[in-house]
Ligand binder design. Structure first.
Ligand code: ATP
Ligand code: MG
Length: 177
């Protein structure tokens, strides 16, 4: 099972993101992320054995992370992975500081347990499509989505025919900065 930590939107917040999913799919094709799987990954840990997973589930129950507000309205792509995503806009350096602090704090808790980040930098995003075709991103527009995450979870991900199947394994406490 692969593991990751993510901010998880409420059902109503996820529904606000759906117009972006539909527009992206109309433009670029590929496989849409279902409404109940939309999320923002904070840390991807990769394939993990059951014993290690169990230890992490127990350890992270005592952890807490900051939350704050963001406005999702910037589309982007990870070209190699053919992912089209929606990310937060950043009007000032301070605006998204809380999100980067959350990422750092989480890795600061994970590293003493032996986990190492795989990505050189944190690129906050909500994936909309997998296996997307080509096309200019400037045609992808939609309603800005204001989001203050109220849920951060450790998720187990198992591959299946219709895309990875996610299971929530633990939930972290959040505090407003
Ligand atoms: P699939 O790989 O079957 O298309 P998925 O990408 O949703 O599905 P996972 O690969 O388990 O499922 O990834 C879980 C989450 O972690 C996703 O949000 C994914 O974008 C993110 N993720 C995957 N690999 C990395 C990575 N190397 N670095 C950062 N985030 C990653
Ligand atoms: Mg993947």
């Amino acid at each position: 099972m692969r593991l990751f930590f993510a901010y998880w939107p409420s059902v109503s917040k996820a529904r606000e993101i759906v117009p972006w999913v539909e527009k992206a799919h109309a433009l670029f094709g590929g496989r849409v992320m279902r409404t109940d799987t939309l999320h923002m990954t904070l840390a991807f840990l990769g394939e993990t054995d059951p014993d290690t997973t169990g230890r992490l589930v127990a350890a992270c129950r005592g952890w807490s992370l900051p939350t704050g507000s963001m406005v999702l309205n910037q589309p982007g792509r990870f070209k190699n992975a053919k992912v089209v995503w929606l990310g937060p806009e950043q009007r000032s350096a301070e605006e998204l500081e809380w999100l980067h602090r959350a990422h750092q704090r989480l890795w600061g808790l994970l590293q003493p347990l032996g986990w190492q980040p795989r990505e050189p930098q944190f690129r906050p995003h909500v994936s909309l499509l997998r296996n997307a075709g080509p096309g200019a991103l400037d045609t992808l527009q939609g309603p800005a989505v204001s989001w203050s995450p109220d849920r951060c979870v450790l998720v187990g991900s198992r591959p299946s025919e219709r895309g990875s199947h996610y299971t929530v394994l633990a939930e972290l406490a959040l505090f407003q900065e």
